[in-house]
Ligand binder design. Structure first.
Ligand SMILES: [Zn+2]
Length: 68
């Protein structure tokens, strides 16, 4: 019986691979569609990437609105 404790593994940023100390600053979210099922996966991000990705997401929403 093997129990893996996530807290014992070094947490790394999904975007830049930087090690995250303590709690991740943000979580990226990916959605996969597998057949009829939607799988949601949360990815740890460091502070810099969490900010950059949220800005990118806002940008994308803005551009989609602009292009109609
Ligand atoms: Zn990062």
């Amino acid at each position: 019986m093997a129990v893996t404790l996530l807290s014992e593994q070094p947490l790394t940023c999904h975007a830049c691979d930087a090690e995250i100390e303590g709690e991740p600053a943000g979580l990226g979210m990916l959605l996969f569609v597998r057949g009829d099922e939607v799988v949601r996966e949360e990815l740890p991000l460091c502070g810099r990437c969490a900010l950059a990705i949220s800005m990118t997401a806002l940008d994308r929403i803005f551009f989609e609105e602009e292009e109609g």
